[in-house]
Write a protein that binds this ligand. Structure first.
Ligand code: PRT
Ligand code: ZN
Length: 299
């Protein structure tokens, strides 16, 4: 029997979310050996147990209150919510935060040689999918009548096998669809991994531990999105450059040895926002631009 005083976290055992999930937990300071084939791993330095399961089981474990936290793709979570609601079962959970990995979309796709003029083209078709509930919710909202055919894997083969007219499957790069002569025509759901908590009340001790973990996760995610940026800029352009930079906290401005016309700026920036300004910065004379990773941002 597992110790009820230890926080239980469910994550995918092996698959697309497992590497990032264990990376996230480790970067929060958990000392844990997740490499082993064991289904339960015990953190050495915190009262936390990790349950490694199939991703499809995680929503149910949360909703039944068997585990306290779960790391799961929103697509699997929402499909299970719809499934449980249709059976009249409880589908309660709390979303703590999005985790910025496992990013994908659930899309309807059809053979490349088929004509598509909008959702009406799907009227009275048969669509193969592992996500019948999400598909039905979307097409019902758009008043499209269709038949779904449930497949747990290799969904992209269904049209070629004559099993369906279209498919509804997860897409990230689009390479799989292309390799099977299928084109994406409608995005019906966008997804990423998220951290969820069981809905019913838990002990203060566990809640405090969750709050601590959440703070660490926030720091880790913020650090991943941010970069330490250094660049040189002509003195004359300093004011304009400062108004452009998407810095988090006030940048540091430093003199350069043997250089009177330029200064160095050091700052922490959101990488995406910084890259958007790159062209303008270069036109203003920015040079020696260095972008460095940050391990953690502690506030
Ligand atoms: O064994 P278990 O049940 O735990 O795993 P699983 O096989 O059901 O899931 P897994 O590991 O394949 O995916 C876990 C989760 O990763 C999904 O539920 C999504 O939340 C997320 N994710 C992100 C993806 C993808 N990207 C993805 N591209 N899941 C699946 N795919 C598949 C897709 O089904 C298709 O076959 O990858 C192919 C398409 O990829 P592209 O890059 O060619 O478009
Ligand atoms: Zn699965």
């Amino acid at each position: 029997m597992l110790d009820n005083n230890r926080l239980r976290i469910a994550m995918q055992k092996s698959g697309r979310l497992s590497k990032e999930s264990s990376k996230l937990l480790k970067s929060c300071g958990l000392k844990i050996n997740l490499q082993q084939q064991k289904l339960i791993a015990f953190a050495e330095n915190m009262p936390i147990d990790i349950l490694k399961v199939r991703d499809d089981d995680i929503p149910g474990l949360i909703m039944e209150g068997v585990v306290d936290l779960g790391i799961i793709g929103k697509n699997v979570l929402e499909e299970e919510v719809l499934n449980r609601l249709s059976r009249g079962d409880n589908a309660n959970y709390l979303t703590l935060r999005k985790l910025n990995f496992g990013i994908c979309r659930l899309s309807i796709a059809i053979p490349i040689n088929k004509n598509y003029t909008g959702l009406q083209s799907l009227q009275n078709t048969c669509i193969a999918t592992s996500y019948p509930n999400l598909l039905k919710k979307y097409l019902d909202q758009h008043h499209i009548t269709f038949k779904s055919c449930m497949l747990n894997g290799s969904v992209e083969l269904a049209p070629r096998l004559g099993l369906s007219d279209a498919i509804c499957d997860l897409v990230s790069t689009g390479a799989t669809l292309e390799a099977h002569g299928i084109k994406e025509v409608e995005i019906i759901y966008t997804s990423q991994a998220c951290l969820i908590q069981r809905y019913d009340k838990i002990t203060n001790f566990k809640q405090q531990l969750i709050n601590k973990l959440l703070t660490k996760i926030k720091e880790v995610i913020k650090a991943r999105e941010s970069k330490y940026i250094m660049l040189h800029i002509p003195n004359k352009k300093l004011k304009t450059v400062m108004s452009l930079l998407p810095y988090v906290q006030s940048p540091t401005i430093l003199p350069l040895v043997g250089e009177t016309k330029k200064v160095a700026i050091h700052m922490v920036c959101n990488e995406t926002l910084f890259l958007e300004k790159m062209e303008k910065l270069k036109l203003l004379g920015a040079s020696s631009i260095l972008v460095l990773p940050i391990e953690k941002i502690m506030e």
